[in-house]
Design a protein around this ligand. Structure first.
Ligand SMILES: Cc1ncc(COP(=O)(O)O)c(C=O)c1O
Length: 397
């Protein structure tokens, strides 16, 4: 399916319209309304040395191309590449670095990202400094002559701290640095970092973009044509492009992103307000609450507070482990952004591999619960949280 054959709602079409239509292939044979899955690993050459539009499935294929055009439209990107996982998408950006380069990254990013920087990246001679990137002065202070990239994740997982994208882009331009933002927590329905001048966006499409907890995937996107050739080469050579079946699932999921996100966000807001009023909860971390220290920044750089929140329980009143084991609608599992509500204890689960001291240094304590409300009815989620708090009350243990 060539780019010309794909459905291209005008640039003026609203985001919900583009989520449904952008990139979706026009099928010239049967008129299929959805993009077909093309599982072929290889394609006919008209003659040697004259490659067809797609020649080998690792490098590119029509189903992946459809998804990539859709994602590029939503993020306002020059180009997108759908990858086998969020970590693969992150790696694709890191392959742009060379031995001797230095990266500044958040000290409270997703644990998998931190681990990647500390192990594989360090082994290839790239050093990273982990700083509180909510503080621009800390970022400035960490920049060295060898610094090449500012790695951004906003909000951070699971501390829900925001990084000021415009401020980071200004700093990067002063020093001639690249910027890359992990936009997994908000999705393009709530934040589009490229519009703020960021160079690259990555996603774990496993989360909100697919939205149904049934595929592992990622995406990397770039704003400028000048970066596209290098990224395309990386995706092809390293072989991180997504399979036809998985790309098709993500494309199906992304069509309902906007309506799902509205319901995730409505439930997250209600959950944040409910938990903030409960005596068993010491603190709620949700950028949509006026009590969040960066509530104003959230209003400026995001189109809404999003669907993720964290709550610090008061362990003298409620046992965190019993709480997460007592919910019946919220499932106890890592990951996020699916239609079903999930919750977890990052200290021992998603961020379990980090050193205890570094977790505590950023405020990640054992009693911090991360919640990813799904799209269920709020009354059922409310009743579930209330009964779990009661079941986990310390007096009952
Ligand atoms: C913010 C963030 N970025 C990246 C990833 C990695 O994505 P994946 O598990 O799809 O490789 C995750 C996974 O939880 C995440 O939360």
């Amino acid at each position: 399916m060539s780019r010309e054959d794909s459905c291209r709602p005008g640039n003026g079409a609203a985001l919900p319209t583009r989520a449904v239509h952008a990139g979706v292939g026009r099928d010239p044979v049967y008129g299929s309304v959805t993009t077909p899955i093309y599982p072929s690993s290889t394609y006919d050459y008209p003659q040697p040395g004259d490659p067809p539009e797609y020649d080998y499935g690792r490098c590119d294929h029509p189903t992946r191309r459809s998804l990539e055009e859709n994602l590029a439209s939503l993020e306002g990107a020059h180009r997108a590449w759908a990858c086998v996982s969020g970590m693969a998408a992150i790696q694709a950006v890191l392959f742009l670095l060379r031995s001797g380069d230095h990266v500044v990254a958040p000290r409270d990013a997703y644990a998998g990202t931190t681990r990647l920087f500390r192990t594989l990246l360090a082994r290839s001679g790239v050093e990273a400094s982990f700083v509180p990137m909510e503080d621009p002065e800390a970022v400035r202070a960490a920049i060295r002559p060898a610094t090449r990239l500012l790695w951004l994740e906003t909000p951070t997982n699971p501390m829900m701290r925001l990084i000021d994208l415009r401020e980071m882009v200004a700093i990067a331009r002063e020093h001639g640095l690249l910027t890359a933002a992990d936009n997994t927590f908000l999705s393009p329905a709530r934040q589009r970092p490229l519009e703020h001048g960021v160079d690259f966006v990555v996603h774990s499409t496993t989360k909100y973009l697919n939205g149904h907890s049934d595929v592992i995937g990622g995406a990397v996107l770039c704003r400028e044509k000048t970066h596209a050739e290098a990224l395309d080469g990386i995706v092809r050579s390293v072989g991180v492009g997504q399979s036809p079946f998985d790309a098709w699932l993500v494309l199906r999921g992304v069509k309902t992103l906007v309506v799902r996100m509205a319901q995730h966000e409505a439930n997250a807001r209600q959950a944040a307000q409910f938990l903030e009023e409960r005596p068993e909860v010491a603190e709620v971390l949700y950028p949509g609450l006026p009590s969040h220290p960066q509530h104003d920044l959230a209003s400026r750089q995001q189109d809404g507070p999003g669907g993720m929140l964290s709550a610090v329980l008061d362990p003298t009143r409620v046992d965190p482990v019993r709480f997460v084991q007592s919910t019946r609608v919220f499932r106890l599992a890592v990951s996020l952004g699916g239609v079903e509500s999930l919750l977890e204890l990052p200290f021992s689960m998603s961020h379990g591999s980090l050193e205890e001291t570094e977790k505590r240094a950023v405020g990640l304590v054992p009693e911090l619960v991360r919640l990813s409300p799904g799209i269920e009815a709020w009354e059922d989620l409310r009743a579930d949280l209330a009964q779990a708090l009661a079941a986990a009350a310390v007096a009952n243990s």
